[in-house]
Each structure stands twice: as structure tokens, then as C-alpha cells.
Design a protein around this ligand. Structure first.
Ligand SMILES: [Zn+2]
Ligand SMILES: [Zn+2]
Length: 175
């Protein structure tokens, strides 16, 4: 949804509130799509600060299904978005780019709610997702989820560093 910021620009000390739906169901990052399993409408508040500056406040809650880094089981990642950002409409888009201003959800006087929320989801996206601290992952030989039980495959030869360590231990034992 696009919000026309001119609606609040033209009102001195103007304040306007909106409720906007999140219009995407998939969050895409580096070519991978993560399903949004829960979302609330975005509560937006625009305040005219004067001098062509607008304060944008946005609040929403959503949840994403993100696979565990080790076993790929999908975990629900909840995000509470509560952001306040000041937009200087006297800047051109070129100036914003030069200033490394992150507000690419603004185009002219339009505010793109989906882009604003996308950026916040990105900022809050976890670096690492584990279903549990000690997730055992999947067997590299047969693909079994090792949290559900040992499959019996011999995986020790797959990691050369581990076999080097094992050799050292074996030597100690021999001494
Ligand atoms: Zn896991
Ligand atoms: Zn296995």
C-alpha cells in the first residue's frame, strides 16, 4: 500500500494515522523465500515535523517460517516491529542515496508500506537459526534427522580435520 505523505505535509502540525495490510506472504532474501505464517496490519502514524520533515512510526507483528541451519526443520521466528524514522522530503532521491539513507521505501511523496516492513524484517532477520542449541543436524550420508535418533552411518571419515584429531588421540593412547 502506498501512503500519500502530502496528506500530512499540507496540514501544519498535521498528524495522520493509517492501518495498512502487509501485502506480501513470502519474505525473499538472497534468492530464498521464507513464508510469512502470521501478520498483523501495520499501524502507521505520520507526523508533520515542519521544515518538510515527517516522522513515520510503524508498528506490527509478524512471524516467519525459517529452517534450522543444521537440520532444516522449520522454526517460527516472531518479529515485533516498532520503528520510528524521520524522513526529510527536501532531499532528492539522489541525495538520499549519497547520504546512504536507508529510506528506499520513499519515492517522491509516496511511502511504500511493504518496502518499509520488508526492511525492518531484514534488519531483524536472525543470523543463525537453530531449532535447539544442541541440534545434531542431519546425517551427511543418509540425510536422516539425527535429533530423531542415530542412523548408524559412519560419518567420521567425512571431515578430514576430525580424523586428524582422532589420529592424534590414537597416538596418545598408544604411548
Ligand atoms: Zn535443527
Ligand atoms: Zn545416516
Amino acid at each position: 500500500m502506498l501512503i500519500q505523505m502530502s496528506e500530512v505535509m499540507n496540514v501544519p502540525n498535521g498528524l495522520k494515522e493509517y492501518t495498512a495490510p502487509i501485502e506480501f506472504d513470502i519474505f525473499e532474501l538472497n534468492g530464498v523465500g521464507y513464508s510469512i505464517t502470521y501478520k498483523e496490519p501495520v499501524k502507521l502514524r505520520l507526523t508533520n515535523l515542519g521544515g518538510r520533515k515527517i516522522l513515520v512510526e510503524a508498528k506490527t507483528k509478524l512471524a516467519l517460517a525459517v529452517p534450522c541451519d543444521r537440520c532444516l526443520k522449520e522454526e517460527t521466528i516472531q518479529q515485533d516491529i516498532d520503528v520510528a524514522t524521520e524522513i526529510d522530503l527536501s532531499k532528492t532521491e539522489e541525495q538520499r542515496t549519497e547520504d546512504l539513507d536507508e529510506t528506499n521505501f520513499v519515492s517522491g511523496y509516496d511511502l511504500d508500506v511493504d518496502k518499509l516492513i520488508y526492511e525492518e524484517v531484514l534488519i531483524g532477520f536472525p543470523m543463525k537459526v537453530l531449532c535447539k542449541e544442541d541440534c545434531k543436524g542431519i546425517c551427511k550420508v543418509c540425510g536422516a534427522n539425527l535429533n530423531e535418533g542415530e542412523c548408524g552411518c559412519d560419518r567420521t571419515e567425512l571431515d578430514p580435520r576430525m580424523s586428524a584429531i582422532r589420529d592424534i588421540f590414537n597416538k596418545f593412547k598408544e604411548v
